[in-house]
Structure formats: C-alpha cells, structure tokens
Design a protein around this ligand. Sequence first.
Ligand code: ATP
Length: 476
Amino acid sequence: MKTTKEQQKLELIASLCKRRGFIFQSSEIYGGINGFWDYGPLGTELKRNIRDSWWRDTVMRRTDIVGLDASIIMHPRIWEASGHIGGFADPMVDCRACRKRFKADNLCEEQGKELIIDGKNFKLPEGIICPACESKELTEPRAFNLMFKTFVGPVEDESSVAYLRPETAQGIFAQFANVLATSRQKVPFGIAQIGKAFRNEINPRNYTFRSREFEQMELEFFIKPGSDKEWHSYWVEERLKWYNSVGLPAEKLHKDIHPKEKLAHYASACTDIAYDFPFGRQELEGIAARGNFDLTQHQQHSGKPLEYFDQETNERFIPHVVEPSAGVDRIALALICNAYCEEWVPTAKVQGPVLEAEEGKQPPDGYEARTVMRFHPRIAPVRAGVFPLLKNKPELMNKAKDVFGMLNERWNCFWDQTGAIGRRYRRQDEIGTPYCITIDFDTLEDNTVTLRERDSMQQERVPVDELVARLDPQFR
Ligand code: ATP
C-alpha cells in the first residue's frame, strides 16, 4: 500500500498538472468519470512530442518499419481469434459489506500474499480483508471481461455486438497480408501503430497510470522462426535507449524479466520496462516474443493465408513476432514525475551553488525557490519562450514578433511580454520550457538575442540567423 509520503508526492504532481494545464479530470464539471482523463494545452503538446519522437525513431529513421492506422472497432471475430473474448478477463473480488470491487491479484499483493491460481480458477489466500472497510466478507474471485461492448447499426442484439479495441496490436495482425503486399518489405520487418485502446479496468488508480481509455504505441516486428531470442534482446535494448533519449535516466528504469513459468503458452520471452514512479516500480512497456500465435490464430479463424514466402531460401512460413508495446499516458506520467524538481537558486545578491530544496523549509538568505520541470528538449511541451524586453517599444515588439514567427512556425513557442524578465523565466521554468529568448535594444543594433538555457540558467548572445540551426538538433 502507498505510504503517506508517496501519496503526497503524487498529489503534488497531480495538483501541478491541473494548475498548469497538463491533465484534467474528464467531465469534471459533472463530477468526473472514474478512469478517464483529459489533457490540457501542455499535456496535449507533451503527448504529441512523445508520439512524434517514438514515430521518428521507430518508423521514420528506419527502412524496415512501416506505419498503420487501423480502426478502433473491428470485426468481433478478431477478438475471438486473439483470445480476448474468451480470456481477456481479470479475476475480481467484491466486498459483501461495502460492495466495493477489487482486482484479486492487487488485493493479495498489497496484503503481502499471492493469489492462488489453479488452472483457469482463482482462489483468495487466507486472511485477505477489504482495504476499504476491513471486512473479511469477500466473494471468491470471478472473471470479468475488460472489453467495452457496443452495437454496430440500429439494432441492438447479439448479432450487432462489437468491441472497442483493448489493444492496437490486433489491427496490425489483421492487416498483415495487405501491408506485406503493398509495402515491398521483407522479413524481418515491422508494422507500427499509435492509437487509442480501451479497457474496462476494475480498479483505475494511481492517477492516469491505469485508465479505462488510453493510448498505445505498438510495434509488431515480424521475424524468421528461430531468431526470436536475438530480436527480443535487440528490441529491449533499443527501447531502453529510446527512454533515455526522451530523458528518463537509466537508474530509474528496470528490466523486469518474466520467468518462464509465468509466460503465456505461446511466448518464449517477455520483458517489461518499468520505471520508479512515486507509487513504486511499475510497467511502462512490455516487450514480448509471441512466436507465431497471433498470425496462426487469424489464419485459422479467417481462413485466409497469412504465410510469408522467402524468395531467397524458397521457404514458406508464418513469421514469428516480437512486440514492444508501450503506453503514451504512462510515459507522459513518468516524464512528468521525473521532470518535477524544486530547488533554491542564488539571487543577484549572493554567489553560490544551486541547492536542493528541503521539504517544508524556506530558502537561505539571498536565495529564492524555483520549481522547474526538467523535461528533455525532445518532449518539452513548449520549446522556447520569446520575450520582447519592453512592451511599450514598437521597434522591440516588431523585431520580437519576427523572431517569434520564425520559431513558432517550426515549434510550439510561448510569447510573453509582461513582467520582469526574471519572472518570465520562472513561469517558463515551471512548465519545463528549455530555452528563453529575449529581444532587447542590442538586437536592433546587431541582430543578436539573449538565449537562456533552463537547467544551467546560462545566458549567451546568439545571432538571430543562427537560432533555428542551434535549437533544431535539440528537439529531434
Ligand atoms: P498491466 O499489467 O499494467 O495491466 P498489461 O501488462 O496488461 O498492463 P499490456 O497489455 O502489455 O499491459 O499493454 C501494453 C502497454 O499498454 C502497457 O505497458 C501500458 O503502458 C499500456 N497500458 C495497458 N493498460 C493500460 C491502462 N489501463 N492504462 C494506461 N496504460 C495502459
């Protein structure tokens, strides 16, 4: 269970997210709806940058991976073939006293015990109590399908039932043959997709970490049977590098390797990439070697061949697949938690190092507190703040507008003309803007601006003509 301190840190982050416009509760004016979240102006930019850098690294920078954008509602037989109709269920437990519902495995884990699994049946170990009312009156775990159901067309009967996809992966498998026929790819190659997924989670919790509507970034990398192990290791390392490239430090990332006995029957390996959240170490992404299970299932259920013919070796086979599957919202939350920092910085009155802020204390004499979101420039929601030194000087304003126009055409930038420059810096620090650019009277003379970097707070003069070339590599 969460300790009060961890709870406090998460609450602090949630409150900053609301105050600054990163994340809002969905339908808040109607009291909210559990498990659903809206992203405000900054959260929207953050998520867009996460998707863009994943797409850039996974698809654009490679020649062996192509993209797909499949529909959210697909033929219901897809979910029969994938096993989601039969097996995509969480065992859950109801409290007979307070009527609350819990995920059986979490309930056991939080009370230091393990759920008893016997084939397809589950049983609670002795001594488990309701975490809400402490009653011992709990039902035995029962399977609860996590897919949202809907109806297609005007008639609501069994024949029109459809599902909101619980993962984006199946759209890729179902279009495997079409992509192969049109993209001129050869095994090994991959199909990547970003999109919404929906799961009727029993127990949405830890802020946005477990939601009922979320976004996935999935890659199905199709390979020759037998090369599973090496491609699996390759993708684990590639994905770790990507997490580093968006600013998550190696020491807070972990490889959680699933033991053989816990793997699905068709899988040969699965490694989760986990991050140290304030509420503990939790999965950001799962990387699984799934054999040829999915394509084989779809071939059987659809009756359409999903084999691959290797022209070099004259072999025909159903490719195996390695699947790195990540969640945009979980990555956004990890990046926000990781970026949040409070420190004490020296004012003009004193000289000294930046100090780490101490909880509940005031900064020493000559120092002031600064909240800074240390987002990596690759994913920072605002790339640069642009400030005219004085708003009542038309020539400064015009020049600053030109600079702003030049940058804003390429990146999301922020225009701020009010308050002292120091105050404007602080406002940008708090939302994690990596660079601030001030246009002053010297700019009118020599066409240079002051470029200030967020973390070091260093300032330097840079020619306007060099700004784009200077900043662009930081954002890629
Ligand atoms: P968990 O065990 O946490 O429920 P999972 O192992 O079922 O996750 P996968 O089915 O492997 O998750 O989904 C791949 C990725 O999709 C996860 O690593 C996560 O980033 C994201 N994801 C899955 N479920 C949710 C959810 N309810 N809310 C937010 N993101 C999710």
